[in-house]
Ligand binder design. Structure first.
Ligand SMILES: Cc1cc2nc3c(=O)[nH]c(=O)nc-3n(C[C@H](O)[C@H](O)[C@H](O)COP(=O)(O)OP(=O)(O)OC[C@H]3O[C@@H](n4cnc5c(N)ncnc54)[C@H](O)[C@@H]3O)c2cc1C
Length: 498
């Protein structure tokens, strides 16, 4: 039987996962990537002796990574060494008001109890439900392609879905268990990973708290890019070809079928195309109008997850009062959230996040130095100028220096900022988004942009704008889900198995 030629556009986590899953089944897979290195939003760069992860820094749901490598007879430990962080992270509520979040449950229970009597027991029952949601959510729901309601029609699954508070908001759900403001802020934090507000996020996602508290925060020594390197190595072992600096410009469609993928420098024949680049970019910029599944107004009414203003900083001394992950929740999130979702504008008093991986990993900074990654979540689609970036740099530095009680600015020996314009230039990101489409109730499962084109029979989508959603674990899953759909519709070569 002839081997089907598959072109994968993009080498982020979803593209790598789809490419490897298909190559493992015997398809002939080529990845076309516009940048000079793989990894997409999770690329890294080195400067002045520092190594910076450009995007993700939280390694959550280790089982999803392990299951991915296990599928190919490998383990994460074949590619990188994982360390569980303890404390998992710290939350800064104000001056002299830092809360280390312990990795061990009994210590976390004691912390909760010290703030709100009775909350340790409440945490137990909250986590019991959250564990159930994680089990059903991760093992059953997120691996569904979301192409039809019939996928969810098993009586057992319907019962499970009903038990999982799908239709109640997380905001309401969490307040049924806890009253203390700090506990609520802590428990609402993981929801921010989903790109939407707790009010608009189904309570199903308390599974994220289970991921946080019970499964833990991990770190691959050497940085998050180690995962990308491992995945590329595995992909190559399975026969995937990678071509870099191949900016796809056009998909040639004849009679509802993509026949060729055209880049700036070449034309590639394709029998199946998997687009892991931003869905909107592929639809609106690479396809002829008649082959687009969704209208402009469809895209304009999608709730996008936030974009980010980022700073990568190299500091020529070790810093005090910082952990590996630091959440600066010293301002009220209410107005900042409005400025992200309701009235998009640059925030007046933003919350921000600082990652200092050199606290754990001496390899990412020169000796005696600190590697800092600062993230301010902001609305997508905002005007992005150097002046604005500098204004926010100073605003964040003022707070960081005051709260951690030290001079940082005069010790910065490397500085790079990154925001909307870079997301668009580097990844063709719709409105300069960082994390794709928000996981609101109305953008869940079959209500997300479909992983298969409605107009082009051999064009599939994967990644953070389709099922199951934003984040590294969902992107890894997305690639596997789309590969399975392709296997159903374009049978793999006989006799080849992973
Ligand atoms: C700043 C930041 C922090 C984050 N933090 C976390 C975190 O801590 N934990 C977590 O789990 N998740 C985090 N995320 C989310 C996570 O990184 C993403 O959900 C995930 O990496 C998306 O993978 P993807 O494959 O869908 O897309 P991408 O990584 O964007 O991959 C798409 C690829 O397509 C390529 N491409 C685009 N257009 C073309 C074209 N025309 N031709 C060829 N190639 C093209 C791009 O260059 C890119 O390589 C973060 C994201 C960002 C940006």
């Amino acid at each position: 039987m002839a081997v089907t030629r598959v072109i994968v556009i993009g080498s982020g986590f979803s593209g790598l996962s789809a490419a490897t899953s298909l190559a493992g089944k015997g398809y002939d897979v080529t990845v076309l990537e516009k940048n000079s290195t793989p990894g997409g939003r999770a690329r890294s760069f080195s400067a002045s002796g520092f190594t910076f992860d450009m995007g993700p820094s939280w390694y959550w749901m280790p089982g999803v990574f392990e299951a991915y490598f296990n599928k190919f007879g490998k383990s994460t430990s074949d590619y990188y060494d994982l360390l569980r962080l303890d404390p998992s992270y710290t939350v800064v509520f104000g001056e002299n008001d830092f809360m280390d979040v312990p990795a061990r449950l009994p210590e976390l229970q004691a912390l909760f109890e010290s703030m709100e009597p009775g909350s340790a027991a409440q945490l137990d029952s909250f986590l019991e439900q959250a564990a159930y949601k994680y089990e059903v959510g991760i093992n059953q729901l997120v691996y569904k392609p979301g192409r039809s309601m019939t996928e969810f029609m098993s009586p057992r699954l319907l019962l499970d879905v009903l038990r999982m508070d799908v239709f109640q908001s997380f905001h309401k759900h969490i307040r049924r268990f806890f009253r203390h403001e700090k506990i609520i802020k802590l428990m609402e934090f993981p929801i921010l990973f989903l790109g939407a507000l707790p009010r608009n996020t189904p309570a199903l996602y308390s599974l994220m708290n289970y991921a946080d508290i019970s499964l833990g925060t991990w770190y691959p020594m050497g940085g998050m890019y180690k995962i990308v390197e491992g995945m590329v190595q595995l992909a190559e072992e399975k026969g995937v070809r990678f071509l870099y600096n191949q900016n796809v410009q056009r998909l040639e469609v004849q009679d509802g079928t993509v026949t060729h993928v055209q880049t700036e420098t070449g034309t590639f024949e394709a029998e199946v195309v998997v687009a892991s680049a931003d869905y909107h970019h592929v639809e609106k910029e690479l396809l002829p109008k008649a082959s687009q599944s969704y209208s402009d107004s469809y895209w304009d009414t999608r709730v996008m997850a936030p974009s980010s203003l980022l700073f990568y900083l190299g500091v020529n001394r070790r810093l005090q009062n910082l952990r590996h992950h630091n959440l600066f929740f010293d301002e009220d999130f209410g107005p900042h959230a409005q400025e992200i979702y309701t009235h998009p504008q640059w925030p007046k008093k933003p919350l921000f996040y600082v990652s200092a991986p050199s606290v754990t990993d001496p390899g990412v900074a020169p000796e005696g130095c600190e590697n800092l990654f600062i993230l301010i979540p902001v609305a997508p689609g905002l005007q992005d100028t150097e002046e604005l970036r500098e204004k926010y740099f100073n605003l964040v530095m003022d707070r960081l220096e005051r709260l951690t009680k030290q001079d940082i600015r005069s010790h910065i020996i490397y500085k790079r900022s990154y925001a909307h314009k870079d997301f668009i230039q580097d990844y063709n990101a719709f409105k300069g988004n960082a994390y794709g489409l928000a996981n609101t109730l109305l953008q869940t499962a079959i209500l997300k942009p479909s992983l298969k084109s409605k107009k082009v029979r051999n064009l599939y989508y994967t990644g953070q704008l389709t099922v199951p959603g934003p984040g590294v674990p969902p992107s890894l899953i997305s690639g596997q889900v789309v590969a399975k759909e392709i296997e159903k519709e374009f049978a793999p070569p006989v006799g080849v198995n992973v």
